[in-house]
Write a protein that binds this ligand. Structure first.
Ligand code: BV8
Length: 235
């Protein structure tokens, strides 16, 4: 990676690969989530309208898995970077688990939502939620049985896109960790950052679909690559 002294503002994009070593399934692996479920059956507003119980059961399973998982060395290393980095830093995650925060990271943005949050489509309130949503429990605020997982489904606008694009515009360094680069707009962030003059680095088990757009790619498990990279940055 070039001379770190010129780097002040960092944007980090993470995907399912950073939570794989915590035991959470990725999407596209041979034993991935999309092997057992069709995206259009569980991850679109149309699917929720058609069969809400199937979708609630799917996210109840993901919620239980997230609660049972523990952060790994990659999450911990990013939490250390977050605590010690004097410049701007934003961890933009596509993940709906809370392992970044449980490792201690604070400057985290969940662009695709959070599985430990329930959103009432009646009164628009959001609630911390650890239990099941199957069975239509009432909204703690308005009592309506209209809670859905607080998740961005395909065809829905990701959260806080303005904040993300503002951070990309000011970034000196863009780092992508554990993502296949298959889903937009996240897969387009490397181009946006590079166009704005940022250096770009990919840390992944295998080359992603957008690999050729990165200045540098390092291949290996996140639990090894991320602590090593953070040590370099803080050196
Ligand atoms: C929108 C929440 C518009 C739910 C998710 C442009 C071109 C083509 C298509 C589109 C386009 N723009 C928009 C689209 C449509 C669509 C899209 O991108 N489709 C794809 C399939 C082609 N995008 C959307 O619909 C987005 N919305 O565009 O809205 C709009 C505009 C105006 C107004 C209204 C609307 C919304 C997309 C968000 C959907 N929700 N998640 C849930 O989690 O259940 S996406 C979900 O899938 C994840 O969040 C993530 O984004 C994606 C999965 O990707 P990864 O996380 O990368 O996981 P994957 O398994 O694929 O890869 C894992 C990687 O890790 C691998 O590379 C592997 O090698 C690596 N790895 C594995 N183990 C390790 C490792 N690396 C290191 N260490 C390890 N141990």
């Amino acid at each position: 990676m070039g001379d770190m002294h010129a780097v002040r503002n960092i944007v980090i994009l993470t995907g399912a690969g950073i939570s794989a070593e915590s035991g959470l399934k990725t999407f596209r692996a041979e034993d991935g989530l999309w092997e057992e479920h069709r995206v259009e059956d569980v991850c679109t507003p149309q699917a929720f309208a058609r069969d809400p119980d199937l979708v609630q059961r799917f996210y109840d399973m993901r919620r239980a898995a997230a609660l049972a998982a523990e952060p790994n060395a990659a999450h911990e290393a990013l939490a250390t970077l977050d605590a010690e980095w004097p410049g701007e830093l934003l961890i933009v995650t596509q993940n709906i688990d809370d392992l970044h925060e449980r490792a201690g990271a604070r400057r985290v943005l969940h662009m695709h939502g959070e599985v430990l949050s329930a959103w009432c489509t009646g009164c628009d309130m959001r609630h911390r939620w650890e239990g099941a949503l199957l069975g239509d429990p009432p909204c703690p605020a308005c009592g309506e049985a209209s809670l859905r997982p607080d998740i961005v489904w395909f065809g829905e606008m990701p959260y806080e896109m303005d904040r993300i694009f503002a951070a990309l515009a000011g970034a000196d360094l863009f780092v992508s960790i554990g993502t296949s680069g298959a889903v937009y707009p996240a897969a387009g962030f490397v181009q946006e950052a590079a166009t704005r003059g940022a250096a770009t680095l990919e840390l992944n088990l295998e080359r992603s679909l957008g690999s050729r757009m990165f200045d540098e790619t390092r291949l290996g498990p996140a639990s090894e690559l991320v602590p090593r990279w953070v040590a370099e940055v803080l050196a």
